[in-house]
Design a protein around this ligand. Sequence first.
Ligand code: GLN
Length: 279
Amino acid sequence: MIPPTPDRPDALLREASARIGREDAEPLLAHALGRDRAWLFAHATDPVAAESAAAFRALVERRATGEPVAYLTGHRGFWTLDLKVTPDTLIPRPETELLVELALARIEPGMPARVADLGTGSGAIALAIASERPLAAVVATDVAKATLAVAVANAQALGLDNVWFRRGDWDQALGGDRFDLIASNPPYVAEGDPHLEQGDLRHEPPRALSSGADGLDAIRTIVSAAPRHLVPGGWLLLEHGLEQGAAVRALLAQAGMVDVQTARDLEHRDRVTLGRMPA
Ligand code: GLN
């Protein structure tokens, strides 16, 4: 009897790409083989163990039914970091790197600073800032215990010891503390928005995505509490939806903030609004 021909990375990728697209097939195959993406091309014609090929095909099936790639592989790159993600965390998005850039521009390197990231999820914003500003003390909050556990695991895996984790809803996790900068990527999608029924969003924690009839409930809570938690001259930076710039600028102005402005992401969409307390 002739043994069956073993699968090879190139053929597995071709087969899966027809189903879920190459962009998703590559990270899933790398994950199933315990290798990185580059390895797949250097070893395109190597035999693949039958169990690995079966594991890959099972991942492809799950992807085909809509499960996010990041939940299937258990990680996602953000900034310079590789982060663990689970269905308890939002999947970090590239547009949120704009929030990190704007925050870093307002935290002087080589100087101590107190920073908070509200609703940290996987820890993306807090850990990116902590990694770039070792002298900053970063407080990362989340309302959900399981979510905070993922963020803690990420801090440990990255060896970042300038991040402190607190459980609680938005400002309630901050006690009486004041910060030089508060950043947040809160939920901002309107409840009932059809996007919530599409793509990865169907699998992400609803509390990380949607917030009230106009999507602004969490943002209103954070902005109204911010003056009690910022030092004079301290900055608030909020990610929001592409049509919420004017509304968020108005909220910051109402809260007494100055230098209020909205920044656009790489696709020229309003994405982050920021302002600071008068000095
Ligand atoms: N940017 C996400 C999306 O619409 C929403 C994340 C959030 O609400 N913070 O895909």
